[in-house]
Design a protein around this ligand. Structure first.
Ligand code: ZN
Ligand code: ZN
Length: 307
């Protein structure tokens, strides 16, 4: 009989008084069930992606719910083979914003975060308030190159760590009294980001239940979302609805070298850089062009090719 396997994605914000004990329990549980993947535990909660046999996944979900209470799990295609190993770690933060002391959680989750909107409520808010509504991208700027909400503001961040400086820079003060919808891939980053924004004077902050993933599942390419969704696995990107064939699909990304529409990221060919860069397949296959576009990287690549 063919074995069916799955990948589980989940997070929950709740106070964990002894993260180390939870880490040891989770490690033992995953090892016993032959699950692989990556789990982070902090005093504020747990965030994980694990893969394995369907039965093992079901048992894992049951055990987690017994311990943590109500939790949502997203089931997706894949299995243990999609991960190199099992990694279960204790960290100061389950998402690294660099402000572990600022985040406050209780049994209901993050305290003082943005109002949760279901996908349909996002559209309703925009219908009611029109151009006043600001979409604020809670991801790394690179992710937004291939897809984002219409007219979204994309902060200049390379990693989540950069958000605090961005929010405090004054650049976004103009939106402090506007309705702001923060959004990210699956919702976890905005649970924290929306609270950090409110703490810094943003008056009316929202976040999307289930993030872009759930919005896209509901509205595909016919809503306020445009383009592809960057994902953190070997696919690198995914599309909603019928994908790029969909009449409503908008290709936002362009090859950094020739401008051809593309949603494919490649690492810069300079091994000291390796910056993920949008490249069309023709440019990516040309060893002289396979760079992030910086002159120093072009020089390095040229020297390597000439050798
Ligand atoms: Zn190109
Ligand atoms: Zn480079």
């Amino acid at each position: 009989m063919q074995r069916i396997s799955k990948i589980l994605l989940y997070y929950k914000f709740l106070p964990i008084s002894d993260p180390k004990a939870v880490m040891l329990w989770q490690r033992e549980l995953c090892e016993r069930l032959s699950l692989k993947g990556r789990i982070l535990i902090s005093e504020h909660g747990i965030n994980g992606t694990v893969g394995g046999d369907m039965d093992a996944c079901k048992e894992y979900v049951k055990k987690c719910k017994e311990y943590f209470g109500r939790m949502e799990f997203k089931w997706s295609e894949g299995g243990a083979e999609d991960f190199p190993r099992l990694s279960v770690k204790v960290r100061d933060e389950i998402v690294a914003f660099g402000v572990p002391g600022e985040l406050k959680v209780d049994e209901n989750g993050v305290i003082g975060g943005g109002v949760h909107l279901k996908p349909a409520q996002v559209n309703k808010l925009v219908e009611e308030r029109g151009d006043d509504v600001v979409f604020f991208d809670g991801r790394n700027a690179m992710e937004a190159q291939i897809g984002k909400f219409k007219n979204a503001v994309v902060p200049d961040v390379t990693t989540t760590h950069d958000f605090i400086a961005e929010l405090e820079s004054g650049k976004y003060d103009w939106m402090k009294d506007k309705p702001v919808i923060s959004y990210c891939t699956g919702g976890i980053r905005c649970e924290i980001l929306s609270a950090l924004m409110k703490n810094r004077g943003f008056q009316e902050v929202y976040q999307i239940d289930g993030g872009i993933v759930r919005y896209g599942e509901k509205f595909g390419n016919d809503g306020l979302w445009e383009g592809s969704l960057y994902v953190f696995d070997k696919r690198m990107h995914t599309e909603f609805g019928m994908g790029i064939e969909d009449p409503g699909f908008v290709q936002l990304g362009h090859c950094v070298h020739c401008g051809t529409a593309t949603n494919k990221f490649e690492n810069c060919g300079n091994l000291d850089c390796r910056t993920l860069t949008l490249m069309c397949s023709a440019c990516a296959e040309d060893p002289m062009k396979r760079t992030c576009g910086k002159e120093e990287c072009a020089n390095v690549v040229m020297q390597t090719v000439e050798k």
